[in-house]
Design a protein around this ligand. Sequence first.
Ligand code: SF4
Ligand code: SF4
Length: 438
Amino acid sequence: MIHSIVFILITTAILRFSWKRYAQVYQAIKLGKPNWPEGSALVRFKNMLLFALGQRKMFTKPVSGIFHFFIYTAFLLTQVEFLEIFTDGLFGKHRLFANKIGFLYPLAINTIEILSLLALIATAVFLIRRNILKISRFHKPELKGWPFADANIILLGEIILVISIFMMNGADQYLQQLKPESYHPTGSFFLSASTTMPLISGLSADWIIFTERFFWWTHYLVVLGFIAYLPYSKHLHIFLAFPSSYYADLNPRGEIQNIPYIQNEVKGMLGLENDPSMEAPNNFGAQDVNELSQQILLQAFSCTECGRCTAVCPANITGKKLSPRKIVMDIRDRAEEVVQTKAFKKSEDGTTIEITDGLSLFDKISKEELYACTTCNACVEACPVLINPLKPILELRRYDILMNSGGPSEWLPMFNSLENNQAVWAMSENRTNWIKIE
Ligand code: SF4
Ligand code: SF4
C-alpha cells in the first residue's frame, strides 16, 4: 500500500512538472501563423509511416542507420516492460503481466533483452563517434555547449536504462528460485540469466531483493526523467517527428512558393489576367517567429540536430557562415525565448500575435548567413525527418529585401532588371523572340 502511494505521488509530481513544459512548447508552436500546407491526407499519412515510424531516410547512411534502428526499436519495445512496471507500481503487484500472457511473457522479455543489448552496443558506438572520433558534423559551432551535452546525456541515460533492465531481470530470476512464493516463475530470460544473475548470486536474499527493487525504481525513474527532460532536449523529435512529417510539404522540393500579392502584380505588369482589387499585406516575409507558419515552428521543434543538412550545404562546405541546422535551432530558441519571457500578446480575436521584446530572429540569424544560401535544396533532401530549412531562410530574406530594402548590393542590378525587363538579365522583353517560328 505504502509503495503504491509513494509511486503515485512521485509519478504525479514528475508528470505535473513535465506538463508545464510541454504546454510551453505547444504555445511556442502556436506563436506562428496557422497556414498549414495543403495536400492529400493519405500521402501525408504514408510519409509519416515511412519517415517518422519507418526511419526511411536514416538508411541513406547504412551504418548509423542500423545502429539508430537498434536504439529506436529497443525504445519502442521496452515500453512493454515499462507498462508492466507502471501497472505493478500502481497496483502494488509484481510482474502482473507474467500470469496473464503465459508463454508470450518470456518471449517478450527475451526480445526486449536482445534489443536492449543491441541498443547498448549502438549507444557505445554513438558515444565513441561523438566524443572520440569527433565526426565533423557533431563539432560545428552551433553544437557547442548545451546541444552537445544534450546528446551525451540521453546516451548515458540509455546506458542506465539497459543496465537496470538486466540487473532487475537477473535479480528477479534468482529470487524466483530463492523465494518462489513471492517471486512467481516467469520462464527464463536468457541474457540476464547468463550475465547479471551470476553477478549477484553470492549475495544474501535481502540484498538481492534490494537489488531488484533498486533497479526497478532506477528504470522507472529514468523513464520518467526522460519524459520530463524531452521538451528541453532535441530528443523531443521522438514525438514531434510524427506530426512534423505528416505536415511536411508535398510540393516538389525545388518549387518556391510565390507571394500571392506580388504574383498578382507581376501578372498585371505582363498584361496577364490579374485581380486589381487585391490588397497589399501589411508586410512580406518574416521578421520573427510570429510571422513564420506554425508548420515551420513545429519543424524547428522536431529537429534532431543531426547536422545532415549542414554536412551537404554547399555554402557551409565552402566555408560560408551558413549552417541550415543553426537556422532551425535559432528558430526553436527564439520561439522558446518569446514564450518563456512572455514577450508576446494576442489580438482580441486571437488571430494575430505581436512580439513585444523589441528583438527578432535577425538578432540570432545574421544577414551574412541568409544571403549565403544558394536555394539548392540539398538540406531539404538530406533531412531525415522532412524538415525544410530553406523555407524560413526565404521568409527572412523576403522580409529583409521587401520591407527593409536590404539585400547584398551585388543583387541590385538583378532587381533593377527584374523590374524593368521582367528577367534577371538586363535584356529586353523580346529576348525570347528566337524561339518563334517564322
Ligand atoms: S538550400 Fe541553402 S541552406 Fe539549404 S543546402 Fe542549399 S545553400 Fe545550404
Ligand atoms: S534540419 Fe533535419 S537534417 Fe538538419 S539537423 Fe535538423 S533534423 Fe538534421
